[in-house]
Design a protein around this ligand. Structure first.
Ligand code: SAM
Length: 288
């Protein structure tokens, strides 16, 4: 039995004695046309290696299995994992892992150096963390097609100056160009979520927009700055903790101008390249 409509999904869950868990963001896609569309849009072929996070009842897995050379799906819910294993037992190109995807080294699931992509309807509860994790990878996937809560999708694709621009967009921008592809209404899921969802396409660039010498420093700087996003950059630099500041006597205005950032600019207007240059320059001034 495969889930195609809300009533089918409900019946399948009942037959498995599964009540959807909010904690795991269990809103199952029950519109087969939408699932088919997402997989087609992912442009998958026999050479594609695909990671799916949270296969659930296999709404996407069904079509991924038909198109991709290899599908690895990580499911946190043991009840669904057991059902999936049985349902796809004869599909030699599909394998399931029972784990919290945030605890798994994603790249290690594929041959070293092989290109792979992520296609997932991410759980609302942890979609942002999943994305941040992907952006922190040294060698992230070549593409991703992800369905997320609409406001998270907005933050993911935002460009400098947009109200939704923040850490998620900056971290995304290091490696990926992003495009909002389409909205998915709540009625396409069971149970229907309270908010709309959006599909976002992420394409890895041939080289990163910025490759900070010290990624930890870059991460700390951007995090601290966005905790005070209404402040001007000159103030933000002056208030950096001692361990992140250059030695006494530094002039924030000089450092900012050196990387092309106006001292009165606010974090939400600064492009990822400038964040990288700023993190490097501050690090260099501190540890020459
Ligand atoms: N892909 C299915 C679909 O489109 O209907 C299910 C999507 S549902 C929004 C999210 C799925 O992710 C659920 O099956 C849930 O159990 C699983 N999940 C939630 N948190 C997870 C985690 N940390 N690691 C792996 N799977 C997780």
């Amino acid at each position: 039995m495969k889930a195609t409509r809300s009533s089918d999904t409900r019946a399948l869950l009942a037959s498995l004695s599964v009540r959807p868990l909010k904690r795991l963001g269990q809103n199952f896609l029950c519109d087969e046309n939408m699932a088919r569309w997402i997989v087609r849009r992912a442009g998958i072929g026999p050479d594609s290696h695909v990671l799916e996070i949270g296969p659930g009842l296999g709404a996407l897995t069904e079509f991924l299995a038909q198109e991709a050379g290899r599908v690895v799906a990580i499911e946190a819910d043991i009840r669904l994992y057991g059902w999936l294993k049985e349902r796809y037992a004869t599909c030699s190109n599909v394998s399931f892992i029972h784990a919290d995807a945030l605890e798994v080294e994603w790249a290690s699931l594929f041959d070293p150096g092989a290109s792979w992509m992520l296609v997932s309807n991410l759980p609302y509860a942890s979609g942002t963390r999943m994305m941040m994790r992907m952006f922190e990878m040294d060698d992230p996937p070549s593409r991703a097609l992800v369905t997320l809560q609409a406001d998270v999708a907005e933050r993911l694709v935002a460009e400098p100056g947009a109200p939704a621009y923040g850490l998620l967009a900056i971290w995304r921008g290091r490696w990926f160009d992003a495009r909002m592809i389409r909205a998915i209404p709540p009625a396409c899921f069971y149970p229907p979520p309270h908010v709309a969802s959006s599909v976002v396409e992420l394409r890895r660039r041939s080289s990163p927009r910025c490759a900070p010498r010290n990624p930890e420093h870059f991460r700390d700087l951007t995090r601290l700055a966005f905790m005070r996003r209404r402040k001007q950059m000159r103030r933000i630099l002056l208030d950096l903790p001692v361990c992140m500041r250059p030695p006494d006597g530094f002039v924030p205005e000089d450092i900012l101008r050196a990387v092309g950032v106006a001292p009165d600019a606010r974090p939400e207007t600064i492009a990822v390249e400038s964040w990288g240059a700023l993190a490097d320059l501050l690090g260099q001034a501190r540890d020459p």
